[in-house]
Design a protein around this ligand. Structure first.
Ligand code: AR6
Length: 174
């Protein structure tokens, strides 16, 4: 799988699917979630509401992923996943890894050949950036499902450099 890093805004990516760092409500929020709903328009929220009504009455559990239209975004689909909130007394790494695995599985099911990920849980959910990057890179590299191209879209230079180091550490060429 071709893994690349980009410093930029996830809403501007010309890929088949962009992954949203959502919350369980699927009804929007700040950060990546807010940006995707703002740029993608009301169609995304309408499909999210329908998903809540049909399949996720109690919300989408952390570690799972589900797709909607991408509305006005250049992408075809948004894959919503819910990262774990960082905890110092419980290891939730497996849930964070599951976000990447499940998003890739959904992407492959849709037939997406390129996927853009944000650094899930490293914003409002407080995950330490270095560890979040390592989990993102390792899980993607080790994924049993492959989409042709995976792009990590990082909001700033600091996070870009952290992902560069994580790629180098795991022996994955950027
Ligand atoms: N493009 C790429 N990366 C971004 C963008 C963007 N437009 N905006 C922020 N980031 P966050 P989380 C980075 O908080 O930690 C929402 O309210 C940001 O710097 O978006 O999983 C949801 O509704 C950080 O490194 O997601 C949930 O309630 C990373 O993306 C909660 O936040 C993720 O930050 C989810 O928290």
């Amino acid at each position: 799988m071709d893994i690349r890093l980009v410093q930029g805004d996830i809403t501007e990516q010309d890929v088949d699917a962009v992954v949203n760092a959502a919350n369980s409500s699927l009804l929007g929020g700040g950060g990546v979630d807010g940006a995707i709903h703002r740029a993608g328009g009301h169609e995304i929220l309408e499909e999210c509401r329908a998903l809540r009504a049909s399949s996720y009455g109690k919300g989408l559990p952390a570690g799972q992923a589900v797709a909607t239209t991408a509305g006005k975004l250049p992408a075809r689909w948004v894959i919503h996943t819910v990262g774990p909130v960082y905890s110092t007394n419980e290891d939730r790494s497996e849930t964070l890894a599951s976000c990447y695995r499940e998003s890739l599985r959904v992407a492959a099911e849709l037939g997406a050949r390129s996927v853009a990920f944000p650094a899930i849980s490293t914003g409002a959910y407080g995950w330490p950036a270095e560890d979040g990057a390592r989990i993102a890179v390792r899980t993607t590299r080790d994924s049993s499902v492959t989409v042709g191209h995976v792009r990590f879209v990082l909001a700033g230079e600091r996070m870009y450099e952290i992902f560069e180091r994580a790629l180098a550490e795991t022996g994955t060429a950027p």
